[in-house]
Design a protein around this ligand. Structure first.
Ligand code: UD1
Length: 323
């Protein structure tokens, strides 16, 4: 199945991942219907898409079932990126996280079932593994969530599987491992790389929660987009797949690398207490997605960071001397 002939719907279309995915889908010739409640998403991210005749934007919330039923007409594929995304914020507001992620996703699945949507590709998270000691994380190992956020993503994966088994919907859950890149916001509840870049621009020290030995398998947005297209065009029904670069880096090494690449080593690092709900190590075994979808990440963390920094400097006319 080729994406160019399809009518696709992207939830969270004005967000970091949704908007990057939309630009790629439109470039490939798909018709894209985008929805977003603009709580975190920004219309600025859709500047290019809004000028494309194959794009429609609808402001609305995935928790509003009638809104979804109205929009879901002749949709072939849904990319479900809308979410309450922050682990620490979910610790502060578990009900809101539950409402957006679980109730919103169940609404979406029900609307998709009623409107005969062919396929749903769901943005899940490596957070579902929790802190089990086995590394790298592979799909069949126990999942022991340690934050409300992780509980919601795990529950949504189960709903995806059940809607596949019971109603025959083609569902695929992609367990993203720390995605970063253009359009990720610098806000207190955003991903660490966007926050640190914001601090570098303001000439502030980087803050590490904990001793810096936490590790993450940071994955560049362009690889995440690549794998979403592969999942749309190929068969992966009912599957749950890890999506990572397959190479972890400690927070301390990441901080040093970002300071080195931006030539700002003098800013230094501050160590603050660890964040509740944080897992310690996260590292993806990506053999399953390589086999099923023939996915091969194209960006190492350093290559992704360089690409992101170049984009940032151009977009915001910032003069960083990238090493
Ligand atoms: C991130 C995503 C989450 C996704 C998960 C797996 C965000 C906000 N969260 O969660 O949606 O499901 O990856 O793909 O995008 N840290 C610091 N200093 C800071 C900020 C963070 O040391 O200023 C540390 C944290 O304590 C943590 C690590 O960096 O150890 C990563 O944190 P963060 O970027 O918030 O991502 P996750 O919580 O892993």
């Amino acid at each position: 199945m080729k994406i160019e002939d399809k009518r696709v719907l992207v939830t969270g279309v004005a967000g970091f991942i949704g908007s990057n995915l939309t630009d790629k889908l439109l470039n490939l010739g798909a018709t894209v219907i985008g929805i977003d409640n603009l709580f975190n998403g920004r219309l600025e991210n859709l500047a290019e898409a809004l000028n494309n005749k194959n794009f429609q934007f609808h402001k609305g919330d995935i928790r509003d079932f009638n809104f979804l039923l109205d929009i879901f007409k002749d949709i072939d594929i849904i990319f479900h990126e809308a979410a309450f995304t922050s682990v620490p914020q979910s610790v502060k507001m578990p009900e809101s996280c539950n409402d957006v992620n679980i109730n919103g996703t169940l609404n979406l699945l029900n609307a998709a079932r009623k409107r005969d949507v062919e396929k749903i590709i769901f943005a899940s998270s490596s957070a579902v593994y929790g802190d089990t000691p086995t590394l790298p994380k592979h799909e069949n190992m126990p999942r022991i969530p340690i934050s409300p956020y992780a509980v919601t993503k795990l529950t949504c994966e189960s709903y995806m599987e059940v809607f596949h088994q019971v109603y025959g919907l083609n569902t695929t859950s992609l367990r993203y491992f720390n995605v970063f890149g253009p359009r990720q916001q610098d806000s207190p509840y955003s991903g660490v790389i966007a926050i640190w870049l914001g601090r570098i621009i303001k000439n502030k020290s980087l803050i590490i929660f904990g001793d810096g030995n936490n590790s993450r398998d940071f994955t560049y947005i362009k690889d995440v987009i690549q794998v979403n297209i592969l999942a749309a065009e190929n068969k992966s029904s009912g599957a749950i797949l890890n999506i990572g670069a397959g190479s972890p880096i400690t927070l301390l090494d990441l901080a040093k690398l970002m300071l080195k690449l931006t030539n700002k080593e003098e800013l230094g690092i501050i160590f603050d207490p660890p964040r509740p709900g944080d897992i310690i190590h996260s590292y993806a075994d990506i053999s399953k997605v390589k086999e099923i979808l023939k996915f091969q990440p194209k960006y190492t963390q350093e290559q992704g960071l360089r690409d992101y920094l170049e984009w940032y400097c151009k977009k915001y006319e910032v003069n960083l001397k990238i090493k």
